[in-house]
Design a protein around this ligand. Sequence first.
Ligand code: ADP
Ligand code: ASP
Ligand code: MG
Length: 437
Amino acid sequence: MKVCKFGGSSMASSETIKKVAAVIRSDDSRKYIVVSAPGKRFSGDIKITDSLLNTFAESKKGGNIHALLAPIKARFVEIAEGLEVQDKVDLESIFKEIEAGIAASSIPDYAAAQGERLSAMLLAAYLGFEFVDAKEVVRFSDNGSFNAEYTNDVARKHLLAKESGVVMPGFYGSTSVGQIRTFSRGGSDVSGAIVARAVKADIYENWTDVNGFLTADPRIVENPRKIPELSYRELRELSYMGANVLHPESIFPVRKANIPINIRNTFEPENPGTMILPGVIQHDRLITGIAGKKGFVSILIEKSMMNNEIGFTRKLLSVLENLNMSFEHLPSGIDTMNLILSGSEIGGKLQELIGGIREAVSPDRVEVQSDLALIATVGHGMAYRPGTASRLFTALSRAGVNIKMIDQGSSEMNIIVAVKGDDYERAINAIYEEFIN
Ligand code: ADP
Ligand code: ASP
Ligand code: MG
């Protein structure tokens, strides 16, 4: 039995939803369906989730919720009419309820979740499947963290009891008192994985708008090759480092149950896509894929004899802990340490962070560099073959890219470099040319 998640581009319009339905109907084992909110229909279009979040933000500033919801409602009416299910889903009264719900919310989660909810209702009506609301199945704790084991028990009982096919909205769930909570953006991938684990699916199919997991971001490298098979660990490294075709947390539920993930293209359903499997995959190539992200900040801390100072790193990291910040990397040299954090993690607290570091470890020098990008070159194949790093660095230097930091994961399957944000695209293309093309 298969669990299928369809992303925003697959759910964007009645035409694309008909393609989704054709995929589902072509295989009787596609019984549990998880969907995203309607995404972009064309470049420059707005995702429903963004419109809903914007409605919430404006409503908090005293904006007119009714007027802001009008274009969102119009888009759903158009989808319902295109699918001829307008008599089965009462959008009129649902939008009244959403308007009141947003007005009463103090956090954005309720608003953000409504796109998935409606998307699932409309697809369920079109397929003749049962709509199961994620708020009955996916449980969050009151502090907003996902409660995996409770959810798994509830979801299993709830979903396996269904006779017919089921459509469930992705992205959200609720707390024990029924307050709606969402995962981070792209979180419908996580919901699909949760359902796959709960019903012990044979496979978790993740249907999107590309032919699988590609060796690099297709928005940066022209026509990158597909990765036919990928290991869970490679997936985790690549998705965490920015290959946002799959949410980085979607691996955890399926890994517990050893369920393969199959990335597929709704618009080219005959393409077998990418299989993501447990264990180690033998690839022909040294490198499996490249991923990266912009928006990192490096804080260089220099102090003579820091390596001899007992407790230096602990004192440094306690500054982060007190500010409730996590870091990405902490490479060190003789008398230097380089703290790499994402800019969003620092938020507006850079001065506080630097002040805290000065106080805690009395450095000789602190130097901040913002607008860095991190690039991960990932592959099991690297672990056994010497010379990979030198080829990587040579390729970057040939492209005129200056490397600001290097970190090779202890697994030896991932080399991460930091480069200037402006060099990001050039660096990715240089690595791609060296190892993949
Ligand atoms: P969905 O709406 O189906 O969840 P997403 O937009 O979240 O789809 O993810 C698919 C997109 O991810 C692709 O259209 C592509 O632009 C982007 N992407 C970035 N890196 C990769 C990669 N390594 N492989 C495939 N797609 C990637
Ligand atoms: N609709 C949500 C988002 O845009 C969740 C998802 O698509 O997975 O982030
Ligand atoms: Mg996605």
